[in-house]
Write a new protein. Structure first.
Length: 96
């Protein structure tokens, strides 16, 4: 049995975090995955969150100036986080 506590894969397209275990003898998964796509350009997200138009642009400018873009990225990142359960055999995993 291989236990995975905190596996984190950083890529330009996003971040994947895995926890759970893999049964090496039976070749089966029992894992959870959190997938957080990269936010990329936060202007559309800021506009949507702030209600559109110049307000969204203002929120984005403040975030970029004062927080280096991290405030909106964290808010949008929480909204865009997906969770999956991975079970079953290695050659035909079930992802829900």
């Amino acid at each position: 049995m291989a236990k995975i506590d905190h596996f984190k894969l950083n890529a330009t397209s996003g971040v994947i975090k895995l926890t759970g275990h893999s049964n090496i003898v039976d070749e089966e998964y029992d894992m959870r995955a959190k997938v957080m796509p990269a936010v990329g350009d936060a202007v559309p997200a800021a506009t949507a969150i702030a209600g559109g138009g110049l307000i969204g642009l203002g929120v984005w400018l403040v975030d970029e100036t004062l927080f280096k873009g991290k405030l909106i990225d964290s808010i949008v990142g929480d909204i865009l986080e997906f969770e999956y359960k991975i079970t079953g055999p290695w050659d035909d995993p079930i992802i829900k």
